[in-house]
Design a protein. Structure first.
Length: 214
């Protein structure tokens, strides 16, 4: 029987905790770390562990005492809600389309007081226009006043232009690469897209743990 994403996360977390701790430490001691607050997490394609790693990093940062906002910016195939069995309701789409304020859609993580989550909401017909809107840019600027870190779970950068736009809005981008799945030409294309849109690469997460969803 196929396991749900949150079940996979919980069953493998004991093995991943040390890796997330190392990733958190590398982030905090990166060059210009004090200026890195908004982080886009992407991968070249799909099924490379991007969402699970973003969720794990958010929990690790919160556990370390940082205030964290995790935003599901994959409006095409959102998945953050599956990580923690969060009830799907209003989310990012409602902020951008209906002028709902963030406080009305934020979902506090029940296990970490320092972690808030904004789910994607209903799937819109125009995700790239929403991600590239001035409302999205202003939203990221405004939430910076309330959190130490804002993590953006984005679509695969070779699959949709949304991730490239968000890499430009973010202070830095983390690229997830999976052994045996990520192709060299897709990796090169991803880096070129981030560079073309003036995104700042923070680094790579090399993932070869099988069975993690996008």
């Amino acid at each position: 029987m196929k396991m749900k994403l949150n079940e996979r996360y919980e069953s493998s977390y004991s093995f991943l905790e040390e890796s997330f701790s190392a990733l958190r430490t590398n982030l905090r001691f990166a060059k210009d770390a004090e200026d890195i607050r908004i982080i886009a997490v992407t991968s070249p394609g799909k099924d490379e562990g991007k969402t699970t790693i973003t969720y794990g990093l958010a929990k690790s940062l919160a556990k370390d005492g940082q205030t964290v906002l995790l935003m599901d910016c994959n409006l095409r195939t959102p998945a953050i809600d599956k990580c923690g069995n969060y009830e799907v309701g209003r989310g990012l789409v409602n902020i951008l389309i209906n002028d709902v304020i963030p406080a009305e859609v934020v979902v506090p993580d029940p296990d970490h007081l320092n972690l808030d989550i904004i789910l994607a909401g209903s799937v819109p017909p125009n995700p790239v226009e929403l991600m590239g809107s001035i409302k999205m840019k202003n939203l990221l600027i405004s939430v910076k006043d309330y959190y130490d870190y804002i993590l953006l779970d984005t679509p695969g950068i070779c699959l949709a232009p949304d991730a490239g736009i968000l890499s430009n809005y973010a202070d830095a981008t983390i690229l997830i690469v999976e052994k045996g799945r990520t192709q060299g030409e897709d990796l090169e294309k991803s880096l070129n897209r981030i560079d073309h849109l003036n995104g700042k690469m923070l680094g790579f997460v090399f993932n070869d743990i099988k069975g993690l969803d996008e």
